[in-house]
Design a protein around this ligand. Structure first.
Ligand code: PEP
Ligand code: MN
Length: 338
């Protein structure tokens, strides 16, 4: 349930409304927007008398919320959430966030060279996996902690904040200290232990959509992190599994619209994993921005043919430069900026 206060309500009216809700047995979440104050009921709102609530002075309207996600729900928080990933770098506002970098960190030369290239082109963050979730145990598993060290070197060389995937709850403390944005991969979207623990971390979380997750399941995973007390969740649409095999996954752009309608959380699109093919990445990126995504996360490699992971879907720094120029033009058309 949400209680919408009248514009210009008094402090006493607000306190009275909160007390009335608490008497009904719920915790109250207060969301103060530019124009309205909204009180969200956390927990079972059965004990609240809606008619009485609506008759209180200062209360405009009371709405039942049928969706199981509350903190992620736009009804509880009508304004878009803006998540800061580093001083001056945000996602969710007018300015788009572009994260670029290789699938995996492979060496100091590789990650630093790519970081410099993408930074010069206007990326605001560097991606690079150090702990890789691979389908085969015989494939390259990532450089682990050494990879995280190299990401920190690349950050020192460029000033770019780093985004990298966490796989194990054992590493949460280390990531919280050394990484700017913690990525939860598609395969871990419903690792509820991991999500609960990330609710206690003071770092932005990039939550990728699971391979076969519905929009509601995805938002419920975000809810775990929010419910734990971490409001800094960025959603990432990275394609879902369908019957189609031409592409690695099927980019569900309608999910961007759905999520932005249902939730206040920022949504970025990963056209690299969504398509699995480098030649599709530019057009998919433009489509994502046109559809209203708040940003992009793109795999860029200086030598895709020899990449240790996901080379076929990685674009070169030169291709990334062309893409960014076009993204800038589309952004302008839809009232956003790079
Ligand atoms: C990745 O970003 O390299 C990755 C493994 O992504 P996903 O979890 O979306 O497959
Ligand atoms: Mn990858």
């Amino acid at each position: 349930m949400v209680v919408i206060m009248k514009p210009g309500h008094s402090k006493q009216e607000l306190e009275h409304a909160i007390q009335e809700m608490e008497r009904g047995g719920v915790n109250v979440m207060i969301s103060k927007g530019a124009e309205t104050t909204i009180l969200g009921a956390e927990g079972n709102a059965q004990g609240i008398d809606i008619e009485k609530m609506e008759s209180l002075p200062g209360v405009e309207r009371v709405m039942r919320v049928s969706e199981p996600y509350k903190k992620a729900n736009r009804k509880y928080h009508p304004d878009d959430s803006v998540v800061e990933i580093a001083p001056g770098a945000t996602v969710g506002g007018k300015k788009l966030l572009v994260v670029a970098g290789p699938c995996s960190v492979e060496s100091e030369e590789q990650i630093t060279a790519i970081a410099k290239e993408v930074q010069q082109t206007g990326a605001q963050a560097l991606r690079g996996g150090a702990f890789k979730p691979r389908t085969s145990p015989y494939s390259f598993q990532g450089m682990g902690y050494t990879g995280l060290d190299l990401l920190e070197k690349a950050r020192a060389a460029t000033g770019l904040p780093v985004v990298t995937e966490l796989m194990s709850t054992d590493d949460i403390g280390y990531f919280a200290e050394h990484v700017d944005v913690i990525q939860v991969g598609a395969r871990n979207m419903q690792n509820f232990d991991l999500l609960k623990r990330l609710g206690k971390v003071n770092k932005p979380i990039l939550l990728k959509r699971g391979l076969s997750a519905t929009i509601e399941e995805w938002l419920m995973s975000a809810e775990y992190i929010l419910a734990g007390g971490n409001p800094n969740v960025i959603l990432c649409e990275r394609g879902i599994r369908t019957f189609e095999t031409f592409t690695r996954n099927t980019l569900d752009l309608s999910a961007v619209l759905a999520v932005k309608r249902q939730s206040h959380l920022p949504v970025v699109v990963d056209p690299s994993h969504a398509s699995g093919q480098a030649w599709m990445v530019e057009r998919m990126s433009l489509a994502a921005i046109a559809a209203g995504a708040d940003g992009l996360i793109i795999e860029v490699h200086n030598d895709p043919v020899h990449a240790l992971c996901d080379g076929q879907q990685s674009i070169t720094p030169a291709q990334f430069r062309e893409l960014m120029a076009k993204v800038g033009a589309v952004a302008q058309c839809v009232g956003r900026e790079l």
